[in-house]
Design a protein around this ligand. Sequence first.
Ligand SMILES: Cc1cc2nc3c(=O)[nH]c(=O)nc-3n(C[C@H](O)[C@H](O)[C@H](O)COP(=O)(O)OP(=O)(O)OC[C@H]3O[C@@H](n4cnc5c(N)ncnc54)[C@H](O)[C@@H]3O)c2cc1C
Length: 385
Amino acid sequence: MDFAFTEEQSMIAELARDFAKKEIAPHIEEDEENHYYRREILTKMGELGLLGFSIPEEYGGNGLGWMEGVAALYEIAKVHTSWRLSISGNIWGPALSILEFGTEEQKRKYIPGLCSGELAGSFAITEANSGSDVASMKMVAKDCGDYWLLNGTKMWISGGHTCDVGLVYAKTDPNAGAKGISCFIIDYNNTEGITRNPIHKKVGMWPAPTSELVFEDVKIPKENLLGVQNKGFQQCMWMLNNTRMGCATGAAALSAAALEGAVQYANERTQFGQAIGKFQMIQYQIAEMKLEDEAAKWLVYKAAWLKENKMPSQQATSMAKLFACNAAVHAANLAMKIYGSYGYSDEYPCGRWLRDAKQFETLEGTSNIHMGIVAGIELGYQPDR
Ligand SMILES: Cc1cc2nc3c(=O)[nH]c(=O)nc-3n(C[C@H](O)[C@H](O)[C@H](O)COP(=O)(O)OP(=O)(O)OC[C@H]3O[C@@H](n4cnc5c(N)ncnc54)[C@H](O)[C@@H]3O)c2cc1C
């Protein structure tokens, strides 16, 4: 048992920390205000090798694994959680799925670009009336002999209108429920019939684009089916078990950022002639934040370690996501209290932490859904995968 980073993991964490400090931090206020997605951050991450985690070098990956990926994403998300999506939206979503289920041609065509940042990725499961109940999706992909014909609308898709390539899940057998879903690779820049509408009015995650994707008689080449026809539901659950690490790590990082900020503020701010950190009630709040932050971090690394060692990780991933999400929301809430009125202004990041923390309770499986997974595996109702 070893709780320390290897030298390589420390170097990756430091590289990501420096990158976030130099390339993300200076633009936070401007990008928050303008809800601006700064594409060059993705490109620069690719250039530095900060994208291709868990992807073999022959496909443009950096040859590093889950532990290093989590270490890097943590540092990026600690500065701004929106940018965690560059790793999960490009790599742990599409690239890993193509690596696992794709043909050799698909791997060579898409994975290197997703690793280098030349391509921005996405994955589209959710629809207006199909969220937690993935199998109820309505988008249809009809086999038309030479091509697939896609019709339907996806909703709440991260990077939907800014991506170049993405996975889309659709029904290839509309009457078969979960057994009738397939996955398709979409080349957004070279495909007609897709309208991509930005969703502007979100509570948080302002520099991270979110979109509605309308597919009207969209012809997709036969060779863009990913994996096995009608096995898309299993492929989707496999993918979510990876991308949820992005949420879990991002939430743990946000909790750490709020704790760090609150500690600094509690030491600087004086009332009644002393630093507010000297008051027992502030100490209680800091202690709560620290406990939850520490536990969240180790749950995240435990899940990453299981993945690294190719062991069942679904329950660990759900626990990490669930706990880190609660820790992030609680920490952001406490930070705002500790900062007093200044926390309620935009002079400090408390408002952003709170807005951004709330996303984790919903996306990639709501907290209720993760409770169900944790309990279901524990009770023996479903296997851990
Ligand atoms: C910022 C943002 C980015 C997103 N990015 C993506 C993306 O990139 N790709 C994508 O496909 N989707 C994305 N989503 C969608 C997200 O994954 C879904 O919103 C999420 O799965 C929940 O679905 P829903 O909103 O329809 O809620 P619903 O499923 O309608 O749930 C509503 C409420 O009912 C509860 N509930 C539902 N079923 C159960 C149950 N069985 N047991 C107990 N409680 C239940 C839920 O916990 C929740 O509290 C994103 C969402 C947001 C907000």
